[in-house]
Write a protein that binds this ligand. Structure first.
Ligand SMILES: [Zn+2]
Length: 197
């Protein structure tokens, strides 16, 4: 579990330190970024992480926002939009993480670190099937969109896009197909994504 420790440093700035992150990582041989430090500047109404401003909101608020987008745009358009947005996130995530990926096994280990650090759940593993250009099967737990939700079909379009962009940027080629084969929102324990090249 991540714990937040509040340090009173000056009257206006409360420093929040994300600790226990490194000790919570199962892959200690991998180099992690230095521990994230969030500074809350109450006078400016801002939170800063490593000199970059971040904003936060409740997961439920984000789920409502996605639901609203889906009801306005329609499911098909929303699916495309969310997976494309996810794709951009995955691609830029790879730009930040490429140096830490030394083997194909690191593809999911580093992805797991990023998810864990960002509160987006966990990646439990990756298997690869050698069909045509290769098929990558990611197993994810506790994904934000499926969290405490029920659905009749897979709903993690943005996460599907993130994984696709992550792999596409690593491999330098476009995926042929990207499918969420099983979703926690359908009562399964994991969300399982298959991305084929
Ligand atoms: Zn899912």
């Amino acid at each position: 579990m991540l714990t937040w420790k509040r340090i009173e440093q000056c009257p206006k700035i409360r420093r929040l330190v994300l600790n226990d992150l490194r000790s919570g990582l199962p892959f200690t041989e991998l180099k992690t970024n230095k521990l994230s430090q969030l500074e809350r500047d109450e006078a400016e109404g801002s939170i800063v992480e490593d000199h970059e401003r971040v904003i936060t909101f409740r997961l439920r608020t984000w789920q409502n926002l996605i639901d609203r987008l889906t009801s306005i745009a329609g499911e098909r358009v929303a699916e495309t939009l969310l997976s494309q947005i996810g794709n951009s996130i995955g691609r830029s995530g790879m730009e930040y993480s490429r140096d830490r990926i030394l083997t194909e096994d690191d593809l999911w280990k580093v992805f797991d670190m990023v998810l864990q650090a960002r509160g987006w759940g966990r990646c439990e593993g990756l298997s690869k099937e050698m069909v045509s250009g290769g098929s990558y099967i990611f197993r994810l737990r506790n994904t934000p969109l499926s969290y405490q939700r029920r659905a009749l079909k897979p709903m993690c379009y943005m996460m599907r896009g993130i994984l696709t962009g992550w792999l596409e940027a690593y491999l330098g080629t476009k995926a042929k197909t990207a499918v969420e084969k099983s979703c926690a929102a359908m009562g399964n324990s994991l969300c399982i994504f298959e991305i084929t090249f």
